[in-house]
Structure formats: structure tokens, C-alpha cells
Design a protein around this ligand. Structure first.
Ligand SMILES: [Ca+2]
Length: 82
């Protein structure tokens, strides 16, 4: 499945719950916890939640300032597809 820029933008703004225009670690955590809650037996530990957050921040926070911009989000998604 390939998402369009428009779809990626929609996902980004769903993650950006405080509407700051940036997705930070706290907002990534909200998303991870949502996913974890759907697969509780496999992924439920705090260590696993932290590992997932680190993985996603490592993937999307290209300049490592602790916040993900829409541009980083789309480029990381496109990069992962290649
Ligand atoms: Ca935000």
C-alpha cells in the first residue's frame, strides 16, 4: 500500500494531537500505546513501549531534535518504501 502525500498529511495531523505542527515523543507514545492496547499480550511491557518509541523516533526524526516535522514524516515514509 502506498499512501499519497495527502493521506500522509492527514495521518500526521492525527498524530499531532496538540496541533503544534510537530509530532514529539509524547505524541508518538500516544500512538504506540494505542497500538499496544490492541495487541496487549505481545507488546504490553513498558520496555517494549520505550523500544517502539525509540524505533519510530529513529526512523522519523531525521535531524534528531526530538520532534518530527511533516516534511520528515513524509520523507521517512517515502525512504522506507524505497
Ligand atoms: Ca505536536
Amino acid at each position: 500500500m502506498t499512501l499519497s502525500d495527502e493521506e500522509l498529511t492527514n495521518i500526521f495531523y492525527q498524530l499531532d494531537t496538540d496541533k503544534s505542527g510537530l509530532v514529539d515523543r509524547k505524541e508518538i507514545r500516544v500512538m504506540v500505546e494505542k497500538i499496544v492496547n490492541q495487541h496487549r499480550d505481545k507488546l504490553g511491557s513498558e520496555a517494549n513501549i520505550q523500544a517502539q518509541i525509540e524505533f519510530l523516533m529513529g526512523k522519523f526524526d531525521v535531524n534528531q531534535d526530538g520532534q518530527i516535522t511533516l516534511k520528515e514524516f513524509i520523507e521517512a515514509y517515502r525512504g522506507a518504501k524505497r
